[in-house]
Design a protein around this ligand. Structure first.
Ligand SMILES: *[C@@H]1O[C@H](CO)[C@@H](O)[C@H](O)[C@H]1NC(C)=O
Ligand SMILES: *[C@@H]1O[C@H](CO)[C@@H](O)[C@H](O)[C@H]1NC(C)=O
Ligand SMILES: *[C@@H]1O[C@H](CO)[C@@H](O)[C@H](O)[C@H]1NC(C)=O
Ligand SMILES: *[C@@H]1O[C@H](CO)[C@@H](O)[C@H](O)[C@H]1NC(C)=O
Ligand SMILES: [Fe+2]
Length: 475
């Protein structure tokens, strides 16, 4: 930058200060290619976000004595050839056995799981069963049944193709869902897309902690509400602040107690020591799940795990590297402003070095997509403290707009920062559709439109495979 009174030499000719200033301004404008972000003009009809009442159809208990309820599945090992099946029985423990097979009328395999139970203040949970079924064939439809006799219930899922660079695969993305009429609209909208095969859920599930005494009955109603999707396709879980359920005033001092009992994930398969951070491979994607509410400072277990984890990702095997973390690192809403900053400072440079394709977050109850930017050059004294366009940086997407009881985050910082490409305060969900190693199509759908309308969409070009014949990340 030219100092006042100095003359700047440009192409061998001395030029005056105002001209230099113009040049610098033009240069800055050019370098910061991300200018011109869009704040959507869509104005959502103002409505209150209301809890679905206890007697809602979506909370109905399946009929029959001790019938299994709240059935949900998630990937059960690192490569997708196992599935964790979970459900709850209320009257008695019953059986923890899952019967399964590839033909509906011949469930000729079985596996036995275990159940647990917990108390929270004056609430006692049902019997929460978890059973991992293993050695599944890839790309195969399985039927499975839980429960005994007349109240046994049968569901199905399709395993992913074996891990490989050109496996097309379509993920749904939802965050901060809760259990309001809007939550139901988001889920219904998501279900209307027949192509979605698995859900990337970016945290904040039931919002039970917003009800009096963290009424854990709302964990049960949530489990029954989402069963229509979670029983049939794996939801990849991320932990959010509403999973903390830390309530010393109620004598509940163990963070994550309900979540940890109810939602199991295959964390050991990726060498993690905690269910709150882990990784899986699915098709052509490598998914790393991080924990905003567990320690991530230097020398902490999560820090050490991520440091060792990132170099393990082989982009020739899984071209798409996706990170899920609840609290966003780039957020231009006034809500939760800069809450993700400390984690960004710790981990952002690793994500850029390892050319992560996209980071999905929730927490802020609205939608935002960033340009490819990084903010990793700053070192306290060099003044390089602005996000800049960075070819190697991920796109950051905030999608905490599932529709929970806390309502929309509709106040934005102004002007829209240059790193922010698109933002809108509406409820919705997204689809991340991997086509092959070079291309993925991404679309965000607001609930107020038919599913055919994409309110925000963009083609993703893989960070390592700029063309189909060269992995630029391999050494
Ligand atoms: C939730 O959505 C489903 C599917 O659209 C619908 O059948 C059901 O009646 C809705 N329930 C409530 C409480 O809105
Ligand atoms: C738990 O305690 C609260 C507050 O005293 C009460 O309203 C609620 O009914 C109790 N629930 C159970 C299951 O006892
Ligand atoms: C990466 O994956 C490719 C394709 O599966 C394989 O050929 C290669 O050996 C792997 N590289 C390493 C270092 O494991
Ligand atoms: C990858 O998918 C994109 C988008 O569908 C397509 O244009 C491109 O030709 C595909 N690449 C290969 C090598 O098939
Ligand atoms: Fe949150």
């Amino acid at each position: 930058m030219a100092r006042k009174g100095e003359r700047v030499v440009h192409m061998g000719r001395p030029i005056s200060f105002p001209v230099a200033l113009l040049l610098v301004a033009a240069l800055v404008g050019f370098v910061r290619r991300c200018d011109g972000g869009v704040t959507s003009s869509f104005v959502r009809k103002a409505e209150k976000t209301i809890s679905m009442p206890m007697d809602s159809d979506v909370f109905r208990v399946p009929p029959g004595y001790n019938a299994p309820q709240q059935v949900h599945i998630t990937q059960g090992n690192h490569v997708g050839s196992a599935m964790i099946i979970s459900w709850v029985t209320l009257d008695e423990p019953g059986s923890s056995i899952v019967l399964y097979g590839t033909e509906k009328d011949m469930l000729d395999s079985h596996a036995e799981g275990r159940y647990n139970q917990y108390t929270f203040y004056n609430y006692t949970s049902g019997y929460i069963h978890h059973c991992t079924i293993r050695r599944l064939k890839h790309d195969t439809k399985y039927y499975y049944s839980v429960g005994i006799g007349l109240t046994a219930r049968t569901f199905w899922f399709t395993t992913p193709p074996s891990v490989g660079p050109d496996v097309p695969y379509t993920f749904g993305v939802i965050g901060d869902l809760g259990q309001t009429y809007d939550s139901n609209a988001t889920l219904t909208h998501y279900e209307s897309n027949p192509e979605a095969q698995a859900m990337l859920f970016v945290g904040d599930l039931s919002y039970a902690d917003n009800y009096p005494y963290h009424d854990n009955v709302r964990w049960d109603t949530w489990g029954r509400f989402v069963e229509r999707s979670t029983a049939y396709q794996p939801w990849i879980w991320t932990v959010g602040n509403h999973e903390l359920d830390f309530a010393p005033e109620l004598g509940e001092n163990t963070p994550f107690k309900p979540y940890r009992h109810r939602y199991h994930v295959p964390y050991r398969a990726s060498g993690s020591t905690s269910p709150f951070w882990y990784s899986i491979k699915r098709g052509s994607a490598y998914i790393i799940v991080l924990a905003s509410y567990s320690a991530y400072g230097m020398y902490t277990p999560q820090y050490s795990w991520l440091e060792e984890e990132l170099p393990k990702v082989n982009r020739s095997e899984t071209p798409w590297l996706i990170v899920l973390v609840h609290s966003p690192w780039y957020n231009s809403y006034k809500y939760h402003y800069m809450e993700g900053e400390t984690m960004r400072v710790m981990f952002e440079s690793w994500l850029v070095q390892n050319k992560v394709d996209v980071v999905f977050s929730g927490h802020v109850h609205a939608y935002e997509r960033s340009h490819r930017v990084s903010n990793i050059a700053y070192n306290i004294v060099n003044g390089k403290c602005q996000p800049v366009y960075d070819e190697s940086a991920p796109v950051y997407i905030t999608i905490g707009d599932g529709g929970n009881i806390e309502g929309l985050a509709n106040e934005m910082t102004e002007p829209q920062p240059s790193y922010s490409a698109f933002r809108e305060a509406s409820f919705g969900h997204a689809i991340f559709k991997i086509k092959n190693r070079t291309h993925a199509y991404y679309a965000w759908h607001r609930n107020h439109d038919g599913n055919a309308v994409a309110a925000d969409s963009v083609w993703f070009h893989n960070r390592c495979w700029k063309s189909a014949d060269k992995n630029e990340c391999s050494v």
